[in-house]
Design a protein around this ligand. Sequence first.
Ligand code: PMP
Length: 356
Amino acid sequence: MVKNLVRRDIREFDPYKTNQIPYKIKLDANESPFDLPEKIRQKVVDFFLKGPELNLYPDTESTELRKILASYWKVDSDNIVVGTGSDQLIQVIINVFVEKGDKVICPMPSFGMYKINTIIGGGTPVEVPLKREEDFEYDIDLFIETAKKEKAKVVFLCTPNNPTGGSIPKADIERIVKECPNTVIVVDEAYAEFSKESSVDLIFKYDNLIILRTFSKAYGLAGIRCGYSLSCIEMAEELSKVKPPYNISSLSQYIAILTFKEREIIDKQVEYLIEQREYLMRELKKIDKIHVYPSQANFICFEVPDASLVHKKLEAKGILVRSFGNAPVLGNCIRISVGSKEQNDILLKELSECLK
Ligand code: PMP
């Protein structure tokens, strides 16, 4: 009965799936292995004991958080909109710009929520493939050509790209933004702390550009659900109109502010994870039967002869990784988050065993 009432496009809809099984080592969701640093944790406890007035709604504009982010990025607070994770901002962008049947360009493979939110919002995703034989590089000409041909309302770009790991050169991003002035170009920089490249400064040059950042990855705060966009002020005002009120809880705002102020700790963690990424890349390449794709992120994508089998064997040992089984373009690829040295060594050992 319910099924008959549901929108036709949602009936056949394939939702975002996550793993909820017991594990020893979790390397399947590009999370940080570092939980909240002790110094910050203690301040959160103090804040809680003083009474955060949880009976009151939080600041709907995340004023304080936007202020410190603005001073870091050398922009105005009004250039920034804060979302319940960057996930929410992807949804907000679709709601602001996409009407029924409008085309949205989604890289393929990339983060699944671009396509999912497009469908939920009534738009039509147009997938532009990345070339596996060229390390999943973005074909910039193809993106521009498709955006123009389809009169796309929105183009999503992800750099470094999840799940493949490679970055898009900034000059290429600028070319797309410049050559598609009637399309909103969203550059998802969820993992950019690990590539140390950003296009944020381009928001002063182009009004059709939105950059997305998150506290979920480098900042190790996936649990507080907090991300933000940077764009020209006019664009930010439109996004703010649609953003749900009170979308960031008082505690999340407080933890995000504290952690951002203690960025030195985070910077050290990022350096550690970059070193571990390079270590893992080197060691993975030594294992027979594995082809490793380049990564500038906190995760690595590689190919094995039978990804579903390797996934199953690792899972049986309590190690969670993301397998793309026989997915289009990504067939037999596995993606692992870069963990602590100890976690990475266990993974390397068990993976070699699985492939013997
Ligand atoms: N963008 C990309 C590329 C991601 O991989 C993710 C999370 N996996 C997100 C955005 C969403 O992040 P969050 O909602 O936690 O900010």
